[in-house]
Write a protein that binds this ligand. Structure first.
Ligand SMILES: Nc1ncnc2c1ncn2[C@@H]1O[C@H](COP(=O)(O)OP(=O)(O)OP(=O)(O)O)[C@@H](O)[C@H]1O
Ligand SMILES: [Mg+2]
Length: 241
């Protein structure tokens, strides 16, 4: 469903992503793990067509990100790390606005908004202004906005970062539900525990390079835990302090 082939990204003379290869199958949750600055967000932005790879190819649901970037965008919902909502608009208005931007049929839009509000337990906040919402509810609105066009692929960049335990749980349960609905998810997180819980496979990325790609099940068998695998793999590499 997502294919990243020999992809590199240069920012001037700095190589942020160095010849990575990732295959994410339909219905999988694939986690990107790495220290700050490893290249996770850069990778997710390339898949989301925010910018193009300097080298290599990315396809999403069979569409090439260079040749068919608008089709790729139709096939993905991207939740960036830094979420900017319009404080003066209500949750419903923000979601509606993004629905319209994504060409959702006017006759269907209200039903779709109600459905997503329901799934994210946002009903009671639907008509509150975003500026007045808690961090957790703002994040839920950001998720709703990212997926209102019901794409088959979700790209979530640290969706639980900064959330309290209850809000984080709601987001994680929602991501798991999305997998059950058959979505494919490219996920990044700094939490070993949540990655272990929700991901099928992971890649450990460090200084732009992939050091390991494996299934969670196999990693747990080999190393005991994801944290042990991560530390063993990354320790001793450049940029490890
Ligand atoms: N637009 C940009 N211009 C120049 N350098 C950039 C740009 N975006 C990212 N970088 C650099 O690329 C490297 C990878 O950054 P990236 O944001 O992908 O890391 P990350 O793994 O998402 O880290 P974090 O865990 O902190 O979110 C970093 O060294 C970063 O400073
Ligand atoms: Mg990042």
């Amino acid at each position: 469903m997502i294919s990243i082939q020999n992809v590199s990204k240069w920012f001037g003379k700095f190589k942020a992503v160095d010849n990575i290869n990732i295959e994410v199958e339909k219905g999988e949750i694939f986690g990107l793990l790495g220290l700050n600055g490893a290249g996770k967000t850069t990778t997710q932005r390339m898949v989301s067509t925010v910018f193009q790879p300097s080298e290599g190819d990315i396809t999403v649901n069979g569409f090439d990100s260079k040749i068919n970037s608008s089709e790729v965008r139709r096939n993905i919902g991207f939740l960036p790390t830094e979420v900017g909502l319009y404080d003066r608009l209500t949750s419903r208005e923000v979601i509606r606005y993004f629905g319209i931007l994504n060409d959702i049929d006017y006759n269907q839009i209200d039903d779709k908004i109600n459905d997503v509000l329901n799934r994210l337990s946002l009903n009671e906040y639907a008509d509150k202004r975003c500026g007045k919402l808690s961090r957790g509810n703002k994040q839920k609105v950001a998720i709703a906005r990212a997926i209102i066009h019901e794409p088959p692929v979700f790209i979530f960049d640290e969706p639980t970062s900064g959330l309290d335990v209850i809000s984080a749980r709601a987001v994680l349960d929602f991501v798991k539900q999305c997998k059950e609905d058959g979505r494919t998810i490219l996920y990044s997180s700094h939490s070993m525990y949540e990655t272990e819980e929700i991901c099928d496979k992971i890649a450990i990325i460090h200084d732009g390079r992939i050091l390991m790609t494996d299934s969670i099940k196999h990693i747990q068998k080999e190393y005991g835990s994801l944290e042990k695998a991560f530390i063993t793999t990354v320790k001793g590499e450049k940029s490890w302090e």
